[in-house]
Design a binder for this molecule. Structure first.
Ligand SMILES: O=C1CCN([C@@H]2O[C@H](COP(=O)(O)O)[C@@H](O)[C@H]2O)C(=O)N1
Length: 351
């Protein structure tokens, strides 16, 4: 019997993280019900939301009447800047190291009721510019600045106001540490960045592309774990960090982010939940622009929904104990996202 990747189980390798994922397409050969429910009831925006413009936050601080983005120190930070370091570890089985850092909350917009999909590209561009500003500032002191957006209650997001978080740390967390090593090994062996090569080949294969414009590609990576996981990859200039993006790349990024978020929301006619973030070359005092040609800046979307606004993929059991597993193949997910309208948001239809 001839192998067919959309019918027969196989494992796929993620060269960025040195992990394998099990793909079991035969499990969803049953006709996809295409179940789209009525959009879930969305609570009206909370007029007392502590992130909105002019609100008073948990610690009594009052937000200014901001009109674009607004960044403030997290009132409940997971990382503090000044803490004593633990004693040096002498026992390899009980190692502890110092962890310094700072956590910020970045509001995208003053209005609690909007999301990125419903913001203008100019407003999204302001978010991208502020991301770069934050990376520039915090990257001087910290070796890793993690920009991440948790969207939707299903993602444990404690607040529906359009926002993201920024956690800067004195240590390089696990995922970027492994990505740095894997990309450096690839670069040493091939003399070219792993993701630059990968993107060139994805654009030739055309099997997992979701959206693209002059400067960016949104695709479902060959090794995707979450059903509709996607990556944003820059086509030109090989930017290593968000701070390397030109004006044109930033504007094009705002455009493709609006389209991707619109397609995502239109997939199941709901405000599509996800965690997203950016990975670029590490920062900190020992780094400077252009010093990490093994890195290519890339955006990551990890959405949990599997089949409808209320049916999600659980990364439990086998995924926790063995490895990630998926039924819908990355190619099928990319096809379904390509079929989604990426220009008119379901909330704006018939308007
Ligand atoms: O008054 C507040 C409310 C929420 N926050 C912070 O906002 C963050 C909301 O982000 P999440 O929705 O991703 O949890 C959360 O980390 C929470 O600590 C404040 O700093 N002050």
């Amino acid at each position: 019997m001839e192998f067919r990747s959309n019918e027969h189980q196989h494992i796929r390798y993620n060269p960025l993280t040195d992990e394998w994922i099990l793909v079991s397409p035969h499990r969803c050969l049953r006709p996809w019900s295409g179940q789209t429910e009525e959009p879930p009831e969305e609570a009206p925006p909370d007029p007392t939301n502590p992130l909105r413009a002019g609100a008073t936050r948990a610690n009594g601080q009052k937000n200014p009447m901001y009109t674009s983005t607004y960044v403030f120190p997290n009132d409940f930070p997971a990382l503090l800047e000044r803490v004593p370091a633990p004693p040096a570890s002498t026992n390899p089985l009980f190692q502890a190291k110092e962890a310094k850092g700072t956590c910020r909350v970045m509001c995208f917009h003053p209005d609690t009721s909007v999301t990125l999909a419903l913001m203008t590209t100019q407003e999204i561009r302001a978010v991208i510019d502020e991301w770069a500003n934050q990376l520039q500032e915090l990257g001087r002191r910290y070796t890793w600045v993690q920009i991440f957006e948790n969207k939707g209650a299903i993602m444990g997001c404690s607040n529906p106001h359009p926002h993201c978080q920024i956690w800067a740390s004195s240590f390089l967390p696990n995922v970027p540490r492994i990505k740095d090593r894997m990309q450096k090994e690839y670069y040493t062996e091939h003399g070219k960045s792993l993701l630059v090569n990968y993107l060139e080949q994805e654009l030739q294969k055309k099997e997992r592309i979701v959206l693209e414009n002059d400067d960016w590609v949104a695709l479902v990576p060959y090794w995707a774990m979450w059903p509709y996981e996607s990556m944003l990859l820059p086509k030109h200039g090989r930017p290593q960090r968000l701070t390397d993006l030109t004006e044109e790349q930033r504007t094009a990024l705002a455009n493709i982010m609006k389209q991707l978020n619109t397609a995502y929301d239109n997939l199941f006619n709901c405000s599509f939940p996800y965690s997203m973030g950016w990975h670029g070359a590490p920062t900190g005092p020992g780094h400077k622009p252009g010093d990490s040609p093994h890195w290519l800046l890339h955006g990551l979307y990890f959405p949990p929904l599997l089949r409808s606004a209320s049916v999600k993929k659980f990364m439990v059991g086998y995924e926790m104990l063995a490895q990630s597993q998926r039924d819908l193949t990355p190619e099928q997910a990319a096809e379904k996202l390509r079929q989604c309208d990426h220009t008119v948001h379901y909330k704006l239809r018939n308007q």
